[in-house]
Design a protein around this ligand. Sequence first.
Ligand code: HEC
Length: 193
Amino acid sequence: MQSPFFLAAAAALLVTGCASSPTAEQQAAMVDDARKASGTLVQKLGGELKAALSEQGPDGAIGVCKTRAPQIAADVSKQFGVTAKRVSPKNRNPAGVPDAWEAEAQAGLEKRLAAGEKPETLETWQIVSTTDGKQFRYAKALPVQPLCLTCHGAPEAIPEGVKARLAVDYPLDKAVGYAPGSLRGIVSISRPL
Ligand code: HEC
């Protein structure tokens, strides 16, 4: 027979174990929130980018990406209670380097793209254990559209004014040479559990 103490300790472990693992319903709600957060970020930034491109031309629009992209990501993070950012293995912003989970997530999405999935529907998510506890992680693919090529396309297709501005603002820029339909990066959403 097990001692009552052992049983009590086992029961306590079971309870804490359950408390830190979200139910299927909680997980579905987190995925839903992450979709809304990434959708808001993409829509807001895309809208401002298009407006800036038509009002100020591509050189001027670089300023929108530079100052507004991080602000919009910060606003969305606050609004949804998550950490939202854009990252890419070929980053332009020095802060846009993916962490291990993000790099693996994008590699997985690229495999699914190559296997025939539509780029605009690609997403993945996971609950991961870290030294700081469990985290919910989510990635949404950012496919390259014709509009993106002005600033992320083949170097010879990028207008001279844009190239000059990028050389000054982003001397370590890796984010050129993309073709339409490829993945420019991901929106990464994370939150501690
Ligand atoms: C007017 C030029 C311009 C256009 C058009 C543009 N970008 Fe960018 N992009 C930038 C600049 C500048 C940065 C670096 C600033 C930032 O976002 O932090 C950047 C950064 C990014 C990043 C963040 C990761 C990194 O490399 O630093 C992603 C992802 C991205 N762009 C995707 C896109 C996609 C997708 C499109 C088309 C829908 C697009 N961009 C169109 C200029 C542009």
